[in-house]
Write a protein that binds this ligand. Structure first.
Ligand code: RIB
Length: 385
């Protein structure tokens, strides 16, 4: 039988409210009374009903993590960082998978708010309509986004904080890397344009080509799943043998493209080079191991939860904070230099040595008050396969 607060109060000969205040260490309870009630609660094996407690305190001591696709290994590492930070702070972490479905995402958000969740970390599958943002804002639940375009000033996200990779720089590093290898006929196969991270990666990538005076590469937006990338690889690369390199919007997209090329007997990197984004663990064991842009996934999840916790500690009034996390190139074996190709070098094109994208200046984002930038070295790192 479940022991309730009423049982503890009856046994102690006090009111339910006194028993509650004693067990919550509230003011106005004599130490002897507090100790006596705590002993009775322990003897009866009373366990706090967190739901009931949430109704009284307005806090559930839980944090929601809304991810867009549980199949993407990127989220396993983000969730691990988020969970570690939540556990450390004595909070439960509730995982919701929107499955790339905006309606499902909204259902989860409403459900989390109704459960009086303390805050939400979210990789939004689609931009929230202003009315949806206002609804969430009015509910007073702090939100930290894992995807947000810093380049698009029309970004509809007005209220929310974000912990995001430096996607603009990452896209530019990938672009300059391929150009340095002599690739000019390049395609960018990526996720939806409405997904802030993918939008910024494309902007950074195109910027690299523009700055070197090269033609604008083709960008194919689509779903960032293995299956969709496989189809895109078949349709756009396997069918066009003039393409010499692919910048994939993330590693899962790279894996899908690699399968499409393999099936058609197109060799990587001899025939086509490919670079990904994320540096998920599995990118080390593809054949060949994938060159990619690393974003610190664990750190991002951890930072997002820590930001939420500091926001909840301050109460509902907080300024949105955009924390930008540095990225770097991980060179493996999926890219190869094209012999005899003459591309303008960075000196001639006056391009900064490293990715050098716009975020190294102030981030143009209306309400962001704080920007944390952790760049690692010169943005390049060589990892042995
Ligand atoms: O939506 C998922 C993608 O966005 C991940 O693969 C990662 O790149 C993130 O930024």
């Amino acid at each position: 039988m479940v022991v309730t607060l009423k049982d503890v109060a009856r046994e102690a000969g006090v009111s339910i409210s006194t028993a509650c205040r004693a067990l919550n260490n509230s003011f106005g309870i004599h130490d002897d009374t507090r100790r006596r009630i705590a002993n009775i609660a322990a003897r009866l094996s009373y366990r706090t009903n967190q739901v009931a407690r949430g109704l009284v305190t307005g806090q559930s001591h839980s944090i929601g993590l809304v991810i867009s696709d549980i199949r993407n290994p990127f989220f396993a590492e983000v969730a691990r960082g988020a969970e570690d930070a939540a556990f450390h702070a004595g909070r439960d972490l509730v995982l919701c998978n929107s499955d790339l479905d905006p309606e499902k995402q909204m259902r989860y958000l409403e459900w989390l708010v109704a459960k009086r969740i303390d805050g939400i970390v979210m990789n939004s599958v689609a931009p929230l309509a202003p009315a949806q943002q206002d609804q969430l804002w009015a509910a007073g639940v702090p939100i930290v986004l894992l995807n947000l375009s810093l380049a698009q000033r029309r970004s509809p996200i007005r209220h929310f904080s974000a912990a995001i990779a430096d996607n603009l720089a990452g896209g530019e590093i990938a672009g300059n890397y391929l150009i340095d290898l002599g690739h000019v006929n390049v395609i960018h196969i990526t996720g939806p344009r409405t997904h802030g991270n993918f939008a910024d990666r494309a902007i950074g990538f195109l910027k690299a080509f523009r700055h070197r005076g090269l033609p604008k590469p083709r960008v194919v937006y689509g779903e960032h799943t293995f299956g969709a990338a496989y189809q895109a690889g078949r349709q756009h690369v396997a069918a066009d043998r003039s393409i010499t390199a692919i910048f994939a919007g993330n590693d899962v997209v790279a894996f899908g493209c690699m399968r499409a090329l393999m099936e058609k007997g197109i060799r990587i990197p001899e025939d086509v080079s490919i670079i990904g984004f994320d540096n998920v663990e599995m990118s080390q064991i593809t054949s060949p191991p994938l060159t990619t842009i690393d974003q610190p996934k664990y750190e991002t999840g951890k930072a997002a939860v820590e930001m939420l916790l500091s926001m909840t500690a301050k109460g509902c009034v907080h300024e949105p904070e955009h924390r930008i996390i540095g990225v770097r190139l991980i060179e493996r074996q999926s890219c190869q230099k094209i012999s005899g190709s003459a591309v303008p070098d960075r000196e001639t094109a006056k391009v900064p040595a490293q990715g050098g994208s716009s975020p190294s200046g102030p981030v143009e984002n209306g309400s962001a008050k704080k920007e944390l930038r952790k760049r690692s070295g010169n943005g390049r790192g060589r990892v042995q396969p």
